[in-house]
Design a protein around this ligand. Structure first.
Ligand SMILES: Cc1ncc(C[n+]2csc(CCOP(=O)(O)OP(=O)(O)O)c2C)c(N)n1
Ligand SMILES: [Mg+2]
Length: 272
């Protein structure tokens, strides 16, 4: 074991554990969305182990920073990070998507602590996060709100309504991270309904924009922990769907592909 005080090294350790544990969940359940789990893992590990303030013993602590997982299909990433953060025991992860499990395929706040709002139907996380940020602005609360959306998810018009509102209200307490893996379900985003130039669109809606390598813990830490400016911040995190496993990277079929025993063993060899 290497002892280190490097905060990025700690995040990388957590992210590695998350990928291994999430892939085992998907393998055992023979269900899930591992491609989108792996593009989001480093972003979420950075938020929970380097940026956000929260107390797993008090999930409704009023001053906690809020995290909203808008791409609700990526529960492999969400449940592993919440468990590692102390919201519930690790052995619950073994119940992923089993009958009557609290760990349903998409997150439900009535079943699990640490979930701010139910998601799964795409296009809801940013509008809800915008509402939470408006409440914080009106009451002068100190918390920050972070929301993670997919990029294919941006085809939902509700995102653009929320983006317009947040820009108009100068919600400086709101950070929107886009998991820009350039794939949606079954195809690329640009060949389906192109998003580029995304940065210019966000700027036009009144947001500060930052571009970052979504798998570089040190860079993510710097961007996500930067003090708020005078308007909402959009972080376009360039990512790789299926990141970390050679046969999954950039492959649309791993959006909800599940591994056989041989593929699982191969992935465990690579995720070290
Ligand atoms: C409103 C709605 N339409 C369709 C779906 C089905 N669906 C689940 S994930 C997904 C693709 C999402 O792509 P993206 O947002 O890019 O996510 P990621 O690549 O990060 O997995 C779709 C179409 C859904 N969950 N909600
Ligand atoms: Mg995508």
């Amino acid at each position: 074991m290497t002892l280190t005080n490097d905060p990025a090294a700690k995040i990388r350790d957590k992210a590695l554990w998350m990928r291994r544990r999430a892939f085992r969940m998907v393998f055992e359940a023979q269900q899930g969305h591992p491609g989108g789990d792996f593009s989001a893992t480093d972003i979420m590990a950075t938020l929970f182990f380097g940026v956000m303030k929260y107390d797993p013993a008090r999930p409704d602590w009023p001053d906690r920073d809020r995290f909203i997982m808008s791409k609700g299909h990526a529960t492999g990433a969400l449940y592993t990070v919440l468990s590692a953060a102390g919201y519930f025991p690790e052995d619950w992860l073994a119940t992923y998507m089993q009958p009557k499990s609290r760990l349903s395929g998409h997150p439900n706040r009535n079943y699990l602590p640490g979930i701010e709002t139910n998601t799964g139907p795409l296009g809801h996380g940013l509008p809800v996060a915008t509402g939470i940020a408006i409440a914080g602005q009106l009451t002068g609360a100190a918390y920050r709100t972070f929301v993670l959306t997919g990029d294919g998810e941006m085809q939902e018009g509700s995102n653009w309504e929320a983006a317009m509102t947040a820009g108009n209200r100068k919600l400086r307490n709101l950070t929107w991270i886009v998991d820009r893996n350039r794939l949606q379900q079954g195809a690329g985003t640009e060949e389906t309904n192109g998003l580029d130039p995304l940065d210019k669109k966000f700027e036009a809606f009144g947001w500060d924009v930052a571009l970052v390598d979504g798998h570089d813990a040190a860079a993510l830490l710097q961007v996500l922990s930067a003090a708020p400016g005078d308007r909402p911040r959009a972080v376009i995190a360039n990512t790789v769907k299926g990141k970390g496993v050679s046969f999954m990277e950039n492959k649309a079929n791993w959006h909800h592909g599940v591994p056989n025993a041989e593929q699982f063993a191969q992935a465990m060899k690579e995720l070290v």
